[in-house]
Structures are given as C-alpha cells and as structure tokens.
Write a protein that binds this ligand. Sequence first.
Ligand code: FES
Ligand code: FES
Length: 128
Amino acid sequence: MAYSVKVLDHYENPRNVGSFTKDEEGVGTGMVGAPACGDVMKLQIKVGKDGVIEDAKFKTYGCGSAIASSSLVTEWVKGKSLDEALEIKNTQIAEELALPPVKIHCSILAEDAIKAAVADYKKKQDDK
Ligand code: FES
Ligand code: FES
C-alpha cells in the first residue's frame, strides 16, 4: 500500500520518540493496543503547573500509519490544555495524514492513547 507523503515524513522522521520516567512530575501515560492488528502505542504527556501540556513522547510498536499518527499527535498536544487535548479526534488525524480506510484504526489508536494519557495524569493528581 502506498503511504501518503505526510505519513512517510512522520514515519521516517518521527517527532518526540522516547519516554519520560514514570515518576517524573506531571507525567501521564497512556498505553493502548489495537485488537485489529495487535499493535501497541504508548503515549506520554508532561503537564506543567499551569495545566498546559509542555511536552509529549511516544513509543509505537506498529505500522507506519500508527507511528505517523502518534508522531503527529505528540506535536498537536503541545501547548494545549487537557480539555483541548481531549478534543483531538481521530478523524482530524486521519485527514491530516490522508489515511486510507483500512488504516483508520491506526488514528483511533492515537486518539485513544491521548485520552488514556490524560486520564492517567488526572488519576495521579487525585491520588496525591
Ligand atoms: Fe499492525 Fe499495521 S497491522 S502493523
Ligand atoms: Fe494496526 Fe496501523 S495500528 S495497521
């Protein structure tokens, strides 16, 4: 299958690959898997005292579209509030990357990973 130019760009030069240490202040971790193909995506956000996402990192064990989707969303969430980050829809990701129908679930994985990371961050704040 031919990947779009934007997918290839993010796939070949993924942004923000890596991870924060678990106990770092303000970190939320989202780990999600795609039942359709078994791919796994880990996405982390680092939230500042003002509630704004300062940084994001990801590790994705999956196809090019999943890697591109996670790379793209780590760029998108930076500078956003948690509520704004939750508004990111997989359809926006799919549109930006021009994903074909069979690769839509890869973008859903990215949306789910952000939601999971925000939920984890909030849970950690509540547990304090
Ligand atoms: Fe999982 Fe794409 S099917 S690698
Ligand atoms: Fe399964 Fe991309 S995440 S094919």
